[in-house]
Design a protein around this ligand. Structure first.
Ligand code: PGA
Length: 252
């Protein structure tokens, strides 16, 4: 059976004082039934590792270089992230794709680099509002995933987590309904099943886009929704802990 996971994408928020207060409330969470990961900006990874200890809540970065090392000013490699205790890394978040122009191929190469550095890539896919309205949700998600399959291959996918994040639901307060999420999650699992049944059955597919304590239980009750990638609500300890609790209850 797949396990449930909630990951908190802090985006470009936080400072030492606020982080310490938030982490102080998260540190005691029981992750034996459902996992929890925090994904702070790079400068706070070491602080998270120190305050969370070596077990329990996992740590992820928001981006990784597609290169292992070299003259790439401003970039951070997968092995460097591993050095500060990272276990996960987001690749292809829609803000990286749209603001920083990351193509499907770059995203796929970042997933390869993450795996090579022994990090678990959380590969984000999802359509914009215009694409959904044009009826292109499936074709967009299929294109994004197929590029990962062709560039990175099944071995990388087997070690990854996928996050379906409809762009129109990110930071907007407008969540996909559980049925809308389930439909796309089942579609994603179907694409993978056509290549490898085992990978499709075991891969975690998180939903992201305005997940809150009030909607998490209904989303996580869907058979193909294995947890959430949470932005805004992950900055509020009580909200994030309640979302984690919803993941625990969905397992029980
Ligand atoms: P949100 O962000 O929960 O604030 O909508 C989700 C994300 O961007 O990962």
């Amino acid at each position: 059976m797949r396990s449930k996971l909630v990951a908190g994408n802090w985006k470009m928020h936080g400072d030492f004082v606020k982080n310490a207060a938030l982490l102080g409330e998260l540190v005691t969470v029981d992750t034996s039934v459902a996992g929890m990961v925090v994904i702070p900006p790079f400068p706070y990874l070491a602080q998270c590792r120190e305050l969370l200890g070596a077990r329990g809540v996992g740590i992820g970065a928001q981006d990784v270089s597609e290169h292992p090392s070299g003259a790439y000013t401003g970039e951070v490699s997968a092995s460097m992230l591993g050095d500060v205790g990272c276990e996960y890394v987001l690749v292809g978040h829609s803000e990286r794709r749209s603001i920083h122009g990351e193509s499907d191929k770059v995203v796929a190469r970042k997933a390869v680099a993450a795996c090579a550095g022994e990090l678990v890539p959380i590969i984000c896919v999802g359509e914009s509002l215009e694409e959904r309205e044009r009826g292109e949700t499936r074709s967009v998600v299929e294109r994004q995933l197929s590029t990962v399959l062709s560039v990175a291959g099944l071995d990388v996918l087997r070690k990854s987590v996928v996050a379906y994040e409809p762009v129109w639901a990110i930071g907007t307060g407008r969540t996909a309904t559980p049925e809308q999420a389930q439909e796309v999650h089942a579609f994603i699992r179907g694409i993978l099943a056509a290549r490898d049944e085992g990978c499709a059955a075991s891969i975690g597919i998180l939903y992201g886009g305005s997940v809150k304590a009030s909607n998490a239980a209904d989303l996580f009750a869907m058979p193909d929704v294995d947890g959430g990638l949470v932005g805004g609500a992950s900055l509020v300890a009580r909200e994030f802990l309640e979302i984690h609790r919803a993941a625990v209850m969905a397992v029980r």
